[in-house]
Design a protein around this ligand. Structure first.
Ligand code: 7TS
Length: 405
C-alpha cells in the first residue's frame, strides 16, 4: 500500500503558502509540481556531470552522453516503444506536434486533402494543423463532442474518406478530462491507411501508455506535466515514418556530412535533434520517470480516481454548479461553471483561500463555444492531492457564492 499522504513530503513546494494560506495546488493539468528527487537529480547534474554530449572525447562528455542515451532507453521502455531511435527529445508536446505538422505534413498534404482533429483539442493540437492546412490548401475536419463530453465516433466514421490524410487527436482532454478510445480510433484510421498522432500531454502523467498496444504512429508528451522539469518532452514516432520524414530544424548534431553543394542527414533520432539539447532536462525527466515507477502507475490511477469520484460528488451537491464533461472514462480533471459568477471571480476567491485552480478557456476556445460558456473553472489533480483539499475547495466555492450573492 502506498501512503499518498506521506508522498506529499517529497514535494517541497507543498510546504509553502499561497496568499498566506497553506497552498492547495489543484492545477496539475497546467503543470505538475516537482519532487525533491527530480530537483536533486538536476542539481547533481549541474554540479558534477555537465558537459556537452555526443561531441567531447573526454570522460565527462562521454559520461553525459551515456546518461542522456540511458534516459532515451528508459522512456522507450516506459511507453513500450520498439526502438530507442523512436524517441525524439523536443521541448514539449507543442514542439512535438509542430515537428510532425511541418515535416510529415508539409511533405504529404496537398490541396483538397483533409486532416481530422476533434472539437476538444488543445490549441497545440489545432493551430499547427491549421497552419499547414492553409499552406497546402488542405482542410481541417472536426470530430464533434457529445453533451457528455465524449467524441462522437459515429461522426468520425462519416468524416473518414479517401480525402482523409491524417488524424491528430488528444489521448485525454485538458478541459473535460475525457479519456478517448485511441485504440478504436487508430483501428478505424489504419483500415484506411491514415496515420494517427496522439497528443498525450494530459494522459501520459496519469495513465499507462503503451504505444505498441495503441498502435498510434506518433505520440507527443511533456515532462513538466509528469513531475519532471520544463523545457523537455518527447515525440514518439514509428521508425519507418520518421526515416521518411524530412528534418525539422537544421544545425549541429543532425547531419551526416555537410558540403556547400549538399548536406546529408544523420539517422533518426539525431536527424530531428539539431543543436545542444536540454541535457539537464533529460536527466530530470529520467528522475521523474523513476519516481513514478517507484510508486507504480496503477496505484496513481487508483488514487486519482478516488479523488475524482469524491470531488465530482461533492461539487455536484453545490446548487447552481454545472460540471462540464461527464465522460465514462475520465482523468482527475473537472471543469465547472457557477450560475451568476464569472469563472475568473471564482478563481480569485479561491486564490485568496490558498487554492490554485485554472480559470479561462484552457487553450480550447472551440470547446468553450461548443458548450456555450466563455470560460470554466478547472480543478485538476496530481498524485499529491488529498480529500481534505477537496473539502477546502468546496468550502471556498460556498464562500464565493456568499460573496457574490
Ligand atoms: N496538449 C494538451 C492536451 C495540453 O493540455 C497541453 C497543455 C498541451 C498540448 C501543450 O503542452 P506544452 O507542454 O507543450 O505546453 N495544457 C495546458 C493546460 O491545460 N493548462 O496549461 C497548459
Amino acid at each position: 500500500m502506498i501512503n499518498f499522504q506521506l508522498l506529499r513530503d517529497d514535494f517541497p513546494i507543498l510546504q509553502r503558502t499561497n496568499r498566506d494560506r497553506p497552498l492547495i495546488y489543484l492545477d496539475s493539468s497546467a503543470s505538475s509540481q516537482k519532487p525533491q528527487a527530480v530537483i536533486d537529480a538536476i542539481t547533481h547534474y549541474h554540479a558534477n556531470e555537465h558537459a556537452n554530449i555526443h561531441r567531447g572525447v573526454y570522460e565527462l562528455s562521454e559520461r553525459a552522453s551515456i546518461r542522456h542515451e540511458n534516459v532515451r532507453e528508459k522512456i522507450k521502455s516506459y511507453i513500450n516503444a520498439k526502438h530507442s531511435r523512436e524517441i525524439i527529445f523536443v521541448r514539449g508536446t507543442t514542439e512535438a506536434i509542430n515537428l510532425v505538422a511541418q515535416t510529415y505534413g508539409r511533405s504529404h498534404f496537398k490541396a483538397g486533402d483533409e486532416i481530422i482533429i476533434s472539437m476538444m483539442e488543445h490549441h497545440s493540437n489545432l493551430v499547427p494543423w491549421q497552419m499547414i492546412a492553409k499552406e497546402a490548401g488542405a482542410v481541417l475536419r472536426v470530430i464533434p463532442v457529445t453533451e457528455a463530453g465524449e467524441l462522437d465516433l459515429a461522426e468520425l466514421q462519416k468524416l473518414i474518406s479517401p480525402r482523409s490524410k491524417f488524424i491528430a487527436i488528444a489521448h485525454a482532454s485538458n478541459v473535460l478530462g475525457t479519456i478517448n478510445p485511441i485504440k478504436e480510433i487508430v483501428k478505424l484510421a489504419h483500415a484506411q491507411k491514415i496515420p494517427v498522432l496522439v497528443d498525450g500531454a494530459q494522459a501520459f502523467p496519469h495513465q499507462t501508455v503503451d504505444v505498441q498496444d495503441l498502435d498510434c504512429d506518433f505520440y507527443a508528451f511533456s515532462s513538466h506535466k509528469a513531475y519532471g522539469p520544463t523545457g523537455i518532452g518527447v515525440l514518439f514516432g514509428k521508425t519507418q515514418l520518421l526515416e521518411n520524414m524530412p528534418p525539422y530544424h537544421g544545425g549541429g548534431g543532425m547531419i551526416a556530412s555537410v558540403r556547400f553543394a549538399n548536406t546529408t542527414y544523420a539517422p533518426v533520432p539525431q536527424k530531428f535533434e539539431a543543436g545542444t539539447p536540454d541535457m539537464a532536462g533529460v536527466v530530470g525527466f529520467g528522475a521523474a520517470l523513476d519516481y513514478l515507477q517507484n510508486i507504480g502507475m496503477n496505484n496513481i490511477i487508483a488514487h486519482e480516481k478516488k479523488l475524482l469520484d469524491y470531488a465530482s460528488e461533492k461539487l455536484s451537491e453545490i446548487s447552481g454548479l454545472r460540471i462540464i464533461g461527464h465522460a465514462q472514462h475520465k482523468l482527475g480533471v473537472i471543469s465547472f461553471v457557477l450560475t451568476g459568477i464569472h469563472p475568473h471571480d471564482i478563481g480569485t476567491v479561491l486564490d485568496h483561500e490558498g487554492i490554485a485552480v485554472r480559470a479561462g478557456h484552457h487553450c480550447a476556445m472551440p470547446l468553450m463555444e461548443r458548450f456555450q460558456v466563455p470560460a470554466t473553472v478547472r480543478v485538476s489533480f496530481g498524485l499529491y492531492n488529498t480529500h481534505e483539499e477537496i473539502d477546502a475547495l468546496v468550502s471556498a466555492i460556498h464562500l464565493a457564492k456568499r460573496l457574490f450573492a
